[in-house]
Design a protein around this ligand. Structure first.
Ligand SMILES: [Zn+2]
Length: 390
């Protein structure tokens, strides 16, 4: 199938020679006879309810997008509508003054050149498809029926692919959305989701764009290929494979693009790294819910306790420890932060509020200390941070 993306066809041009058959309830032709609005396989016009037809016109008036429209090329400068029949018919009927919409003055208005110039000059985004092979038209119609009968709503990336339709999307889909690409199966060890629902492509775009997919697709829309996207993606995956010598299911939920950006220039002993992965997976203090944090935790030098959620004391535990500790300190006339009390001087007798303190492992987690009440002490923020993320 060949596709061509057009954004230069105006509503005015499409409405030239618009013909609507009142008896049959069909929009028949537009674009000066070049466009068949309702081919046989399309359903009848159903937007004439004073709501959906009006919504199309109001969207155009406000400059809101009404979505991509698909044409099928059936001959030299001859087309049929594949998708968008209801929208085009609504626009044509408004153009022919068959219904009115409410104006800024709150009054109903039929189409008028002076009032609706913006609509007339709007360029609709149109994808022109052309079948290939033995029965090209059938190829397109089958494809169209298949995507439209599943009844599943489009996900975000599928919508983006439609919005930024062009040679870049075509090239990118050929790589990332293609089940017969053997690499896709390999990549799926590191990425969750389905290539058919565009989720591998979405991840690749997320990584290369640092989470600005729309911006990236907008800028590259007209590119003939997607070399940068593929090269970057392969760098990330290649790095992950070099760093981690084994495979775990949770690796599919790791944001590798971000970790690559942060750590790909750091040296690691990869044999040791994988041993540590296995050790954390076997450590009963690590909840299996937190396994995906293991990889970032290790790459970051085992510093960030928050990545292994199990290392955070829960609030009721912190409260209990705070209350016991504060009551004892008050009785002794010293600070409720043991480190402040030990330091003495001006800090020696400050009593901190609960919110001014943080929980600390008495025996560091890395030394086998667990996240239990017995191993919890409250420190003032200054001293907790001074201790570092042990
Ligand atoms: Zn302190």
């Amino acid at each position: 199938m060949k596709t061509e993306y057009r954004t230069d066809i105006t509503v005015r041009e499409l409405c030239e020679g618009f013909h609507y058959d009142e008896n049959e309830g069909k929009g028949l032709y537009g674009w000066n006879g070049r466009l068949t609005i309702q081919p046989e396989y399309q359903r009848n016009y159903i937007y004439a309810d004073g709501k959906r037809d009006v919504a199309v016109i109001e969207s155009l008036q406000k400059g809101f997008p009404i979505g991509l429209i698909y044409f099928l090329r059936t001959g030299t400068d001859k087309y049929e509508i594949l998708d968008g029949q209801q929208r085009i018919t609504s626009i044509g009927r408004f153009w022919e003054r068959m219904f009115s919409v409410e104006g800024a003055d709150g009054m109903p208005h039929y189409y008028e050149e002076s009032l609706h110039a913006k609509i007339a000059s709007t360029c609709l985004p149109i994808c022109i498809c052309e079948g290939e092979g033995d029965s090209p038209e059938q190829e397109i119609k089958d494809w169209f029926t298949a995507i439209n009968t599943k009844g599943e709503p489009l996900n975000e990336q599928e919508l983006r692919n439609a919005t930024y339709f062009g040679p870049f999307v075509t090239a990118a889909r050929r790589v990332f959305s293609n089940s017969s690409n053997t690499n896709v199966q390999i990549w799926k060890a590191f990425i969750a989701g389905s290539e058919k629902r565009q989720e591998i492509l979405e991840t690749a775009l997320k990584w290369v764009s640092r989470d600005n997919i729309d911006d990236y697709m907008g800028r590259h829309r007209g590119d003939e290929g997607c070399k940068e996207l593929v090269t970057y993606f392969e760098s990330v995956i290649g790095w992950v494979k070099r760093m981690f010598l084994g495979q775990k299911a949770e690796m599919r939920n790791v944001d590798w693009g971000r970790l690559y950006e942060t750590y790909h220039n750091e040296p690691y002993n990869t044999t040791e790294l994988w041993e540590k992965v296995e050790r954390l997976y076997a450590d009963e203090r690590v909840d299996s819910m937190d396994y995906k944090g293991v990889f970032e935790y290790l790459l970051g030098g085992e510093k960030d306790k928050r990545l292994l959620h199990v290392r955070i004391f829960r609030n009721p535990v912190k409260r209990k420890v705070y209350n016991t500790q504060t009551a004892k300190a008050k009785a002794q006339g010293v600070s409720n932060c043991p480190d402040c009390a030990a330091e003495g001087g001006t800090r020696g007798n400050i009593v901190y509020t609960f919110d001014q303190m943080e929980a600390d492992h008495v025996t560091a987690w890395s030394n086998g200390g667990d996240t239990s009440e017995a191993n919890c002490q409250m420190l003032c923020k200054y001293h907790n941070r001074a201790k570092g993320n042990r």
